[in-house]
Design a protein around this ligand. Structure first.
Ligand SMILES: Cc1cc2nc3c(=O)[nH]c(=O)nc-3n(C[C@H](O)[C@H](O)[C@H](O)COP(=O)(O)O)c2cc1C
Length: 558
């Protein structure tokens, strides 16, 4: 057992090293865009009859803080309408963008390269108009594709185990979707995307008075059995990999178990799964290091771990002007900025209010869904924040890491506290615009914004403790990213995730001598410059006429 874990740790560390971008060499990828094999961004199951979900006629009520605070929304009943609303505001389409001759869909959740490797599945009790069963969520049709019907006794068994009404949601990844463009580094991006989707689920649930609890003790193999993946004929290289399983329940429910019993899981092996997954590309490249790291970091069956999220009695840090945008609208209008104006600033209050939302709080979405204790901190490149000197700053998201960071980082860093209410430190004053752009693969968006950042994770010890923590570190960064995306919209600016950065130059900038801490994801926030050539079209305009699943686009650009 020990040697098995040791080899999984080595495999994971090797993957991480091998997929670093360096100034002199990018991580391995095809090096060109094989447009003929661009994967279809929409998975559908052929041979099943999809159950269309209603689209929201009126968004759930709630202002900005209703995204986070649990006390603000009344729990809605579980119906096909409310579950449709939950999915629409998390994994649904948000718009189509078009230029003459081409259009492509955007979603509520972002994705590296807009490739969308994350798929969503539900296990539902019987609801009016919907049988109890296992379903795939088809975001193009906003529909549930039935994969298996549950026998009458099974949901009551699940409900009894979890002590509550609700339903289960699983997220899975199709690595090929991302690897088509990004090659070996793609596994990392898939994990970021899972984190974004997970936070998106938590926010949309909260607007309906529901809470998402991650069932952390369920293994990947068990999730695969629940979804019928062991009975599914996948097109070669296009199989889906289980990432996580969550229970969605009313917000007030406490003490939800974080596992499922072996008896429940084994019942799913007896179900008859129907439908076959559509083929996404004609030809593929086998990035076999991705299969190896996926295996090394798969979650095994393990003990249910309790989690206590820090209780922060203090209210959220509020900027003097309240955001007037309704919570659901913030979700709907989230977009990635493609360029920044390089001029406009945000205020120190706005900056602190955004950072404050990235901290885990008891009774607040999304970090109370039960990820392990925070391991990710923010190294901030402050360019245009009025009230703050430009320079390098650090937001500590877990106090425990301060001594190790101070000991490992450059001696000349000041570690000077900036505000009383946040563990925010000034490290060094100066103009870091070109440094930020340069370490972010030369992308101007990291220097022309109000601020950009690198997410610095406690790394080696976590991976050595359990290789599956590697995935969870990326999920945490994705969740932080989703908060920053929404906070930027609430503050009247815009954000962009940055998966492309030069890993070790960031570590050198900090003076980090080893891999105790590693930068895993970058982000940037500022005043956007829009691309006037792009037109925006309504998210579900294609459903206005009757649609058959055969009409699903074969290619992302339709
Ligand atoms: C994990 C991740 C990494 C990303 N990396 C970059 C990047 O390096 N550069 C960039 O311009 N955009 C990046 N993006 C933004 C995506 O391109 C964007 O999310 C996608 O095109 C969908 O657009 P939307 O966010 O407006 O829905 C990234 C997004 C995610 C989620």
């Amino acid at each position: 057992m020990k040697t098995q874990i040791d080899s999984a740790v080595s495999e994971t560390l090797l993957y991480h090293e091998q997929t670093k971008h360096h100034y002199h060499r990018y991580a391995r990828s095809a090096g060109f865009m094989d447009w003929a094999n661009q994967p279809n961004p929409f998975r559908c199951y052929e041979g099943v009859t999809a159950v269309r979900l209603p689209l929201l006629q009126k968004d759930p009520a709630g202002e900005h803080l209703a995204l986070y605070e649990r006390s603000r929304s009344v729990s809605r009943d579980f119906t096909s309408e409310t579950i449709g609303a939950f999915l629409e505001l998390s994994l649904g389409l948000s718009a189509w963008k078009s230029i003459p001759g081409n259009s492509w869909a955007l979603r509520m959740n972002p994705s590296s390269g807009n490739l969308h490797p994350t798929e969503g599945y539900l296990i539902l009790p019987a609801l009016p108009g919907v049988i109890a069963g296992v379903f795939h969520y088809n975001s193009y049709l906003h529909a549930l594709e039935p994969r298996a019907e549950l026998p009458e006794t099974l949901w009551p068994q699940i409900k009894q185990h979890l002590h509550s009404d609700g339903f289960l949601v699983a997220l899975t990844s199709i690595f090929w979707r991302e690897a088509w463009k990004y090659g070996e580094r793609a596994f990392r991006y898939c994990q970021h995307d899972v984190g974004h989707a997970l936070a998106a689920l938590s926010f949309s649930a909260n607007l309906l008075g529901w809470k998402v609890t991650w069932l952390n003790a369920v293994s990947d193999e068990e999730i695969g059995r629940l979804m019928g993946f062991d009975q599914t004929q996948w097109p070669e290289f296009e199989s889906e990999h289980p990432e996580l399983l969550c229970f969605v329940h009313r917000s007030g429910e406490q003490g939800i178990p974080r596992d499922l019993s072996r008896e429940i899981v084994s019942e799913f092996s007896g179900l008859r799964f129907q439908g076959w997954p559509n083929r996404l590309s004609r030809d593929h490249v086998d990035w076999e290091i991705i299969s190896r790291v996926a295996e090394a970091t798969a979650t095994p069956k393990h003990e249910e771990a309790a989690l206590t999220v820090p209780v922060r009695p203090r209210p959220f840090y509020a900027p003097p002007t309240q955001c007037g945008i309704p919570a659901a609208q913030i979700i709907r209008q989230r977009r990635s900025a493609v360029a920044f104006d390089g001029v406009s600033s945000i205020t120190k209050d706005q900056f602190c209010a955004m950072l404050d939302k990235t901290l885990p709080r008891d009774g607040s979405a999304p970090f109370d869904l039960g990820l392990t204790a925070s391991c990710v901190h923010l190294l901030l490149f402050v360019h245009r924040v009025t009230g703050l000197e430009p320079g390098l700053y650090f937001l500590l998201r877990a106090e425990r890491d301060l001594p190790a960071l101070q000991q490992k980082c450059h001696r000349h860093f000041l570690w000077r506290p900036v505000v009383e209410t946040l563990s925010l430190y000034l490290l060094q004053t100066g103009d870091f615009q070109s440094t930020a752009a340069s370490v972010s693969c030369g992308q101007a968006i990291a220097g022309e914004s109000a601020f950009s950042l690198g997410m610095i994770a406690r790394f080696r010890e976590e991976v050595e403790t359990a290789p599956y923590r590697y995935r969870q570190l990326f999920w945490e960064t994705g969740m932080i990213g989703q908060v920053l995306y929404l906070e930027a919209e609430a503050a009247g600016v815009r954000a962009t995730g940055i998966g492309c950065f030069f890993d070790d130059p960031v570590h050198e900038l900090m003076g980090l001598p080893d891999d105790a801490f590693q930068s895993l994801y970058h982000f940037t926030v500022g005043s956007p410059r829009d691309d006037a050539r792009l037109a925006t079209l309504a998210a579900y305009r294609h459903l206005e006429a009757p649609v058959r699943s055969e009409a699903m686009p074969r290619h992302p650009l339709v």
